[in-house]
Ligand binder design. Structure first.
Ligand code: IMP
Length: 436
């Protein structure tokens, strides 16, 4: 059983940690890349030559001709958006025939998007701030056993029959609770006919592909979406996404046993951001936060929303390390901190007069937490050309060392710019072996 050939990459903050670039860099060496949760609420920008791609479902491994890209059973897939994404890639010369979809992945259909929007409206000021992509309603239907799975796309009449079973109830909810006109069966089914034609042939058993791939020594990259603090169980509930975003979900979300997972790389920015609502102790609503947003171009890939910004939060990072079993950190956007006079790390929280080092499990307690910062001298140098830790100014190295010490996990990758080449792989790390 080949365990060391697999690498799980997860977000270790509130999403948007720069996973796209890290995964893009690592995917070059992968035979198989699998997503295991989430849907088109995820979004990352990949730069490929002169082209910029915004990917939402499709793993960035698609840019490598020989990499098989798998959408796992833990995902929710919007079939029409997926086709759009594939067309966009094909138009620019990227072959998408290496894509496979688990028959057990659940579909996001029009009524899920309508329900997402309606739920948020109903919540008013208490809204979650979802991406509006229908993620929650699709996962809710899965749990309520009234979802429609990708396997249904293998035959139009099978798809339509299943839609006929579930649509009356969806329509009642939409009409009676949300004053929405609802959907007509024939019209809605026809809308998805292209999905049956285009995606049906890609539907398969991806557990089997992964099982055989790993047994045959193939390198497998598991691509996480969102981040630890958005996890449905372990995140800042209810301000979370609707899937399990932690590393363990790479096993259940693809249909493998947990012992098949190898290294777990947690991606974190050298500072913290969050989109949507919910508590965020190290948020900086002043000048530093604005600087981070401008310099880091912190606007959402999926929704374009400005992100809330603040300093690196080691309390969160330690928690993310625990719930994911992180074996290494990928520290991204270090270059964004260049030019700041001082840089800070929240090493603990102060809550009701007490200092706490562990992330509180109650959101009410979290709302009361104030960060306890340690400050470090900043650096002015442009670090975007650094290709080894030795190329970094002493103040930047000192910041990384302090961060590693307080988190308790070493950085194995440091990113100093958006380009693939602007990456430092720490030479003695386990991650360095991925490239050997
Ligand atoms: P949903 O996943 O659209 O239901 O949104 C639930 C919460 O997760 C909201 O706060 C979103 O802003 C957040 N969220 C979902 N996907 C991402 C992501 O890829 N990056 C950052 N935040 C996300």
């Amino acid at each position: 059983m080949s365990k060391n050939n697999s690498l799980v990459v997860v977000g270790a903050q509130w999403g948007d940690e720069g996973k796209g670039k890290v995964i893009d860099h690592l995917a070059v060496k992968a035979d198989l890349v699998a997503r295991f949760q989430g849907g088109n609420n995820a979004g990352h920008t990949v730069v490929y030559g002169a082209n910029i791609f915004k990917l939402h479902h499709v793993p960035s491994g698609i840019l490598n001709k020989n990499t098989l890209c798998l959408l796992g059973n833990g995902m929710v897939v919007n079939p029409l958006i997926l086709i759009k994404e594939m067309n966009e890639l094909e138009k620019r010369g990227i072959d998408t025939s290496n894509l496979r979809i688990s028959g057990k992945a659940h579909l996001i259909l029009d009524y899920h998007e309508a329900l997402d929007e309606s739920n948020e409206k109903l919540l008013g000021e208490k809204k979650i701030g979802t991406t509006g992509r229908g993620i929650g309603p699709s996962y809710a239907d899965k749990a309520l056993r009234r979802g429609i799975r990708a396997i249904e796309l293998t035959d139009f009449s099978r798809f339509k029959n299943r839609l006929a079973e579930v649509l009356p109830l969806q329509n009642r909810i939409l009409r009676d609770i949300f004053d929405h006109p609802g959907y007509e069966l024939d019209q809605l089914a026809e809308k998805y006919r292209p999905a049956v034609e285009r995606l049906g042939p890609l539907v398969t058993d991806i557990s089997l592909i992964l099982d055989q791939g790993l047994a045959g020594g193939k390198k497998v990259l598991f691509e996480g979406a969102q981040g630890a603090l958005l996890d449905i169980d372990h995140g800042t509930y209810p301000y979370v996404t609707s899937s399990s975003t932690v590393a363990a979900a790479a096993a259940s979300g693809t249909g493998l046993g947990p012992q098949r997972l190898g290294q777990v790389l947690g991606v974190m920015k050298a500072y913290t951001t969050r989109v949507g609502e919910g508590p965020f102790p190290s948020e900086d609503k002043g000048e530093a936060g604005d600087q981070l947003r401008e310099r880091g171009n912190e606007f959402g890939t999926t929704t374009g929303r400005p992100r809330r910004c603040g300093w690196f939060d080691a309390v969160i990072a330690r928690y993310a390390a625990m719930i994911n079993g992180l074996t290494g950190l990928a520290l991204t956007k270090l270059d964004v901190l260049s030019g700041m006079e001082i840089v800070k790390i929240a090493v603990a929280y102060r809550c009701n007069g007490k200092e706490i080092k562990n992330f509180p499990s109650s959101i009410e307690e979290l709302k009361l937490c104030e960060p306890v910062y340690e400050s470090f001298p900043g650096w002015d140098e442009d670090i975007s050309r650094a290709r080894s830790l030795d190329d970094l100014p002493p103040a930047a190295r000192n910041f990384i060392e302090a961060l590693q010490k307080t988190v308790g996990v070493d950085a194995e990758l440091v990113s100093v710019g958006p380009d693939r080449s602007q990456t430092i792989i720490c030479p003695d790390s386990q991650l360095a072996k991925w490239f050997s």
